[in-house]
Design a protein around this ligand. Structure first.
Ligand code: BMA
Length: 338
């Protein structure tokens, strides 16, 4: 579908990356002023897309072999949280494997399964890296990789427990692998700031830097966490991230965006004061955990600036939303509170 909205008049693309002409897309609905708008046929993945799934949400997708592949969080009907691979020709209609991914490591301690959830996936150098929240005496960041979405290898956990929302940058920064992460507790964590850590080898992580924290009495007042793999732009790393408000009725998960310095990503250039998307539709407000919009992946098309965001809805189903990179950056500039 052709976009009716003109791009900001620039001679070069804002997104530093590849063309993805097959990116899913739908124009902003007539009359909407939203910077991020929902796909009209949401949710794109129902809770029962595999024979034993209770819910499928907080999942990650990437372009793969002319189509798309993904790693999906599937909670089964025993309510075990695990990750499954899936494939799609159009990034909207997905076939998700019934069995979870098996990870390989010669040390069984590394692959000990407690639970795996909230995956992120990025192409980095020569392979697809997967990070997830890995149960190992509490939640921490699991790291693995695959070349082909057939065989998956698991590496050492990046951190000691407790940590969640480990999100790799899609290239080395200053010669090091780089990861955003969010130190947490063993439960539902009523606090949480985003940190930056780097590694020479994808195993030893250090030089931790604080990136940003909460904003009291706002949509991001209780805790925040990195969402999709950051998108490189000419103005900085575009990071979508979730923020949590504690209401009388419990947590409310919305998401906004920040622009991080390209060379020192712990330096925040802009950050949305209002949210970009909050749980407002039935499938975001009603489910196993009500009022949750939790982004874990984004596809981007550099020539057009189109971005498609994948987000978990009410810890039950998966939704898709769209935005234009230049509009997000303009909105951040006009509505920023770092
Ligand atoms: C967070 C994570 C997410 C979940 C969210 C809302 O702590 O566990 O997986 O979507 O809570 O329940």
């Amino acid at each position: 579908m052709a976009s009716t909205r003109p791009l900001r008049p620039t001679s070069t693309a804002t997104i530093v990356g590849d063309a993805l002409p097959t990116i899913p897309w739908q124009d902003r609905p007539a009359g909407s002023h939203d910077v991020v708008w929902r796909y009209s046929a949401n949710p794109i993945i129902p809770r029962d897309a595999t024979p034993t799934s209770n819910s499928i949400f907080n999942s990650a997708v990437v372009p793969f072999k002319g189509g798309f592949a993904g790693v999906f969080r599937c909670d089964d009907r025993a309510r075990i949280m695990n990750v499954h691979r899936g494939f799609s020709p159009d990034a909207i209609h997905w076939t998700i494997e019934a069995d979870p991914i098996t990870f390989i490591n010669e040390d069984p301690e590394v692959t000990t399964f407690v639970h795996r959830y909230d995956p992120r996936v990025t192409w980095l150098e020569d392979r697809y890296y997967v990070t997830w929240c890995n149960g190992y005496h509490g939640p921490t960041i699991g790291v693995g990789y695959t070349h082909d979405f057939e065989t998956f290898y698991q590496l050492e956990n990046a951190f000691l427990p407790f940590n969640r929302n480990g999100v790799l940058f899609p290239r080395k920064i200053g010669g090091k692998y780089a990861m955003l992460n969010r130190p947490s507790d063993n439960g539902h964590t009523p606090f949480g700031d985003i940190f930056y850590s780097e590694s020479p080898d994808m195993e030893h992580w250090g030089r931790h830097r604080w990136v940003m924290g909460t904003k009291t009495w706002t949509w991001q007042g209780t805790k925040i966490g990195a969402g999709p793999i950051p998108i490189e732009t000419t103005e900085g790393w575009l990071l979508f991230y979730h923020g949590v408000l504690t209401s009388c009725n419990g947590y409310v998960y919305s998401f906004g965006a920040a622009l991080l310095d390209l060379d020192q990503p712990w330096k925040v250039i802009y950050r949305t004061r209002p949210y970009l998307l909050s749980p407002q539709t039935l499938y975001e407000c009603v489910g196993d955990v009500p009022n949750v919009a939790f982004p874990c992946a984004a596809l981007a098309d550099a020539p057009t600036g189109r971005i498609a965001i994948y987000y978990g809805c009410a810890d039950t189903v998966t939704g898709l939303a769209f935005c234009q990179v230049d509009e997000v950056i303009d909105f951040m500039k006009a509505n920023s509170e770092v």
